[in-house]
Design a protein around this ligand. Structure first.
Ligand code: ATP
Length: 456
């Protein structure tokens, strides 16, 4: 946990992540991206989008957060999307009953009904201590629905509350027919979407891992039933290799199969990452059969079948789903990149991001800020580099060079350029590498090519 605390502190200190509504005491389960977090988020979303765009048959979508209540009735979220909540009678803190049981080595089946989990909870009640106050005095377990509600479009008391989407996937399912009918896609094809989702998580915790407002990157691949198993295996391989593209350490990732499948799922595996608090879900890659489209066909009355002109077959396509979170990806990137080492006899904190993921690609320093000729030259180099590097370039003339290096190391900037007195004579700058500390002199007119090759 110590590592997580360090990461949280660094994220706040350097402007990656701020607690939501902080000046008013905070708002649980929300965080705001700071200037560097915004860059990091964009890099993650762009990389995911790029990976999806490598498929010729991938459609993109941006569906509404607010959707008709029926959507969530059809999907099963209204009746069945809940977590078992239990409250400590002494300090009134809310907990997930399954998490309390898990902490003492008891696994509660996700599908358990409220009475069933109460029986299990009662069996171990004497052993269960409140993590907040240490007392052993919990109330009854209640199945708490996770859907967040709002009053959009509600003007009279009798009008119904509406739901904020709990996942982006339903926006994809309800538009599958529209995308198909637009005439540019035929089965098999995928629909990909990045967007916010909202869940009334009982106890948001572990920093970005469990938020109430978070962002998903989801893809639903619609495939003929006969081809689904093969497609599922391909998507599993592809999704794991995506994390290699982000530069994540291989030994920190693993597959975990779901032990208790929901009744409609054909197979379900999660990609887990070893976060500072242990192995946990990063992405789900699930073979969902035709459940989702069938449900929407049943509830909406709209025909969701697909007719293959060549084979003359009519069927509801099966769905392979890949569903990952921007927030968990960023928490993973920060955890994976965080390092403390020594450089030139000095301790430093460094984020060893892969250059293409780093929020700042290059920092440009004039050696001294009170020498106008150095500053002017540095500004010139800054302008040149900004125009040629894809990503954020920073100008920094604050403090001595050592301090500036430390500051850039802390945010993971892979290259720092220093403009010194030699630059004025020979038009070269020093390029310092974040990981090795090695410095080399490069001609200014060769910088764009040099940096482009390093960062791509
Ligand atoms: P968990 O079991 O950890 O609650 P889940 O199985 O409910 O997660 P899914 O419904 O499969 O999660 O959501 C897909 C992805 O969305 C997850 O793999 C995760 O990356 C992200 N995600 C889900 N809930 C949250 C949350 N509360 N905060 C941040 N990201 C989330």
């Amino acid at each position: 946990m110590k590592d997580l605390e360090k990461i949280v502190a660094l994220a706040k200190r350097r402007g990656f992540v701020f607690p939501g509504s902080e000046i008013y005491g905070g708002f649980a389960g929300t965080y705001d991206w700071g200037p560097l977090g915004t860059e990091l988020r964009l890099n993650v979303v762009n990389e995911w989008t790029r990976a999806m765009k490598e498929h010729y048959n991938m459609a993109f979508l941006d569906s509404s957060i607010f959707t008709a209540a029926k959507v969530w009735e059809a999907s099963g979220h209204v009746s069945g999307f809940s977590d078992p909540m239990v409250v400590c009678n002494k300090c009134h803190t809310k907990f997930r009953a399954d998490h309390l049981l898990e902490a003492i080595g008891v696994v509660a089946d996700e599908k358990m009904t409220e009475p069933q989990i109460n029986i299990l909870f009662d069996e171990y009640r004497a052993k269960l201590q409140c993590p907040s106050c240490g007392k052993k005095d919990f109330g009854k377990v209640v199945a708490k629905n996770l859907m967040a509600t709002a009053t959009l479009g509600k003007f009279n008391e009798e009008d119904q509350d509406v739901y904020l989407r709990a996942e982006t996937a339903q926006g994809i399912f309800i538009n599958y027919k529209n995308v198909l009918d637009s005439g540019f896609f035929s089965v098999p094809f995928g629909i990909a979407q990045v967007g916010k989702a909202f869940r009334n998580e009982i106890s948001p915790r572990q920093f970005l891992f469990r938020k109430r407002e978070f962002e998903q990157m989801e893809m639903q691949y619609f495939v003929p039933p006969k081809e689904a198993v093969a497609a599922y295996e391909e998507w599993k391989v592809e999704r794991m290799s995506f994390y290699d593209r982000l530069g994540i350490k291989k030994e920190k990732l693993r597959w975990k199969q779901h032990e208790n499948l929901v009744f409609y799922a054909k197979d379900a595996w999660d990609i887990q990452y070893e976060y500072p608090f242990g192995w946990n879900e990063l992405e789900g890659v699930h073979y969902r059969g035709d459940y989702d489209l069938s449900q929407h066909q049943k509830f909406s009355g709209v025909d969701m079948t697909y007719f293959n002109e060549k084979t003359k077959e009519r069927y509801i396509p099966h769905v392979i789903e890949t569903s990952t979170g921007v927030d968990r990806t960023i928490l993973m990137l920060l955890s994976d990149a965080y390092d403390e080492d020594e450089m030139n006899g000095e301790k430093r904190v460094v984020l060893k991001f892969k250059p293409k993921i780093a929020p700042v690609k290059v920092a440009v320093f004039p050696l001294l800020k009170n020498k106008p000729e150095l500053v002017a030259k540095a500004r010139e180099v800054f302008k040149l580099v900004r125009g040629s590097v894809d990503g954020m370039v920073m100008f920094d003339d604050n403090g001595n060079i050592g301090k500036r290096y430390r500051r850039q190391d802390e945010i993971g900037t892979p290259y720092c350029l220093t403009i010194d007195f030699d630059t004025l004579n020979d038009d070269t700058v020093t390029v310092r590498d974040r990981d090795t500390g090695k410095q080399e002199r490069i001609k200014i007119n060769e910088l764009p090519e040099f940096l482009k090759n390093k960062i791509k």
